[in-house]
Design a protein around this ligand. Structure first.
Ligand code: NAP
Length: 283
């Protein structure tokens, strides 16, 4: 299959899980794929597998927990004389306490804020194409977040707070896609968010055994979990959609909070301020 020949796609978190499968399928279908990953050693087997199958891929170093690394990644992409057709904000973590290098709560900082900044910096390249796509891999966990406490996202969680923080970060992924569609839809940018399914990937690495093994027995595979991302990133069926949320490759209604235009606007404006100023505590 070569229907993506000539297309350039960037995907974050392609070293494992559904990101790896998504990258491999995009390359098999002819796209040139930029793997934005933090661990070169873990990404090497993915690069080798893609090359062995005749595809084209390259590593672009990216640590979403450090906004300076996000800037370096974007600068490396923009320095290339090549277009960018699809950006897939896939990387994510769950259940981790602590803060990012600039002091944001881990899930918010990595899953939302790092991706927000990456998208902002790559927008000129995406908007240079008549039709480009941004795909945010969210989660059905976003239904568990009623809103966003903008003070809480600037400190580490305690107790069971990490699960709530994950839900908030995934709500932010849906709101970000909606606001991208509202702001840039008329200029040809199409944004999507999605729940990929409940997948037996490394995302559950924080859960101790044997609970992890028991939980993962009933989950779908990484290959199945990549399907909705691939649908949003490549299907002609969704080419005219914008700002919608998908589950099992079908449009689904996200939570009421995810459809709140004021919250989407506030998240955007606060995220702009968060990435513009220094440490989390200073905004
Ligand atoms: N698994 C599920 O059931 C499920 C359900 C709903 C939504 N999702 C979402 O699906 C997406 C992919 O997750 P997955 O299930 O495929 O999990 P995974 O196998 O753990 O993959 C996560 C990817 O994100 C990368 N990552 C984590 N922190 C990063 C950072 N600071 N900077 C750059 N990359 C970072 C990881 O890199 P390393 O290899 O270096 O750690 C890895 O490549 C996530 O956004 C997740 O929230 C998953």
């Amino acid at each position: 299959m070569s229907e993506l020949r000539g297309k350039v796609c960037l995907i974050t978190g392609a070293s494992s899980g559904i990101g790896r499968v998504t990258a491999e399928v995009l390359a098999q279908r002819g796209a040139r794929v930029l793997l934005a990953c933090r661990d070169a050693g873990k990404t090497e087997p993915v690069l080798r597998a893609i090359a062995a199958a005749g595809g084209q891929a390259e590593l672009v170093p990216l640590n979403l927990a450090d906004l300076d690394s996000v800037r370096s990644c974007a600068a490396a992409v923009l320095a290339r004389a090549e277009p960018l057709h699809v950006l897939i904000n896939n990387a994510g973590l769950a259940g981790l306490r602590g803060v990012t290098k600039q002091g944001f709560e881990q899930a918010f900082g990595v899953n939302h804020l790092g991706h927000f900044l990456l998208t902002q910096l790559l927008l000129p390249r995406l908007l240079a194409e008549p039709h480009s796509r941004v795909v945010n891999v969210s989660s059905k966990a976003h239904y568990n977040a009623r809103g966003i406490d903008f003070a809480e996202v600037r400190r580490s969680v305690t107790g069971f707070g990490a699960l709530h923080a994950y839900a908030v970060s995934k709500l932010a992924n849906v709101l970000h896609a909606k606001e991208l569609a509202r702001r840039y839809g008329e200029r040809g940018l199409h944004a999507y968010s999605l729940h990929p399914g409940v997948i037996a990937s490394d995302v559950w690495r924080q859960i101790p055994q044997p609970f992890r093994w028991l939980m993962m027995r009933s989950m779908i595979s990484n290959a199945e979990g990549a399907q909705t991302t691939l649908h949003c990133a490549t299907s002609t069926e969704v080419a005219s959609d914008n700002g919608l949320y998908y589950d099992e490759s079908r449009v689904k209604e996200p939570s009421a909070s995810a459809q709140d235009p004021q919250l989407a606007r506030e998240l955007w404006e606060r995220s702009e301020r968060f990435v513009a100023a220094g440490e989390a505590g200073s905004r």
